[in-house]
Ligand binder design. Structure first.
Ligand SMILES: CC(C)(COP(=O)(O)OP(=O)(O)OC[C@H]1O[C@@H](n2cnc3c(N)ncnc32)[C@H](O)[C@@H]1OP(=O)(O)O)[C@@H](O)C(=O)NCCC(=O)NCCS
Length: 190
């Protein structure tokens, strides 16, 4: 067995990361259709680097930091939702998410994964504010975040050089209180 359902919502479940996925990941981290949105196009990733990275990542002492997103129907791994800059005193952290296979975009997996992880982060880890940074050209990501009730709270101009242009970065966040209604709705349906 490669994946272990820890949290389940909609058509996906979240599982601990499997370090054997390094070959698949090497393919995806060299695909600029994906890496433009996560600021990784400038990196050239070899299979060895990826193997090392995934081994380290899957052994991280804070196992709540990253989950693989897996399709419930066929156990296909869609990639990752993870937590950055966790501060348990202030109860804040930053969301990261990527579905690496472009064929799997726009099927609500991103929405399902964020709905699942927000329940875990707000109620199990007891965090109170989750924020994220997204490039202004990443319209599908912004739409996905709006669907799970993230709201824009700022914009930083021309912070990111990508494909011949400097791009703006949008900041979005959501608090535990703001998510309360949405969480109740999700729990009612489950
Ligand atoms: C961002 C990401 C996680 C979203 O996941 P997803 O499963 O594709 O998202 P969903 O299907 O839940 O929602 C996407 C929404 O964007 C909409 N969309 C797609 N292309 C769009 C565009 N060009 N402009 C505006 N909206 C668009 C879809 O129609 C859908 O909205 P709808 O359900 O109202 O129709 C995924 O696309 C991804 O991993 N992208 C590459 C990595 C990345 O950019 N990560 C985010 C870094 S901040």
């Amino acid at each position: 067995m490669k994946y272990f359902p820890k949290i389940s919502r909609g058509n996906i479940y979240l599982s601990p990361i499997n370090p054997e996925d390094y070959e698949l990941r090497t393919k995806w981290v060299n695909d600029s259709r994906i890496t433009d949105g996560v600021n990784q196009t400038k990196a050239i990733m070899s299979i060895n680097k990826e193997k090392e990275f995934l081994e380290k990542y899957s052994k991280d002492s804070d196992s709540t930091k990253a989950f693989a997103i897996v399709n419930k129907e066929n156990d296909k791994m869609l990639w990752i939702v993870d937590l950055w800059d966790i501060n348990h005193i202030d109860q804040v952290a930053r969301l990261g998410i990527s579905i690496w296979d472009v064929e799997e975009h726009n099927k609500w997996y991103g929405t399902d994964a964020i709905n699942a992880i927000l329940l875990f982060w707000f109620y199990t880890l007891n965090l109170r504010n989750i924020d994220l940074h997204v490039f202004s050209f990443n319209k599908w990501a912004i739409r996905c975040y709006q669907k799970v009730w993230f709201k824009e709270y700022g914009i930083r101009k021309e912070t990111h050089y990508c494909n011949w242009k400097f791009r703006d970065e949008i900041y979005m966040d959501i608090t535990k209180v703001e998510r309360e209604e949405k969480n109740k709705e999700i729990l009612r349906k489950s």
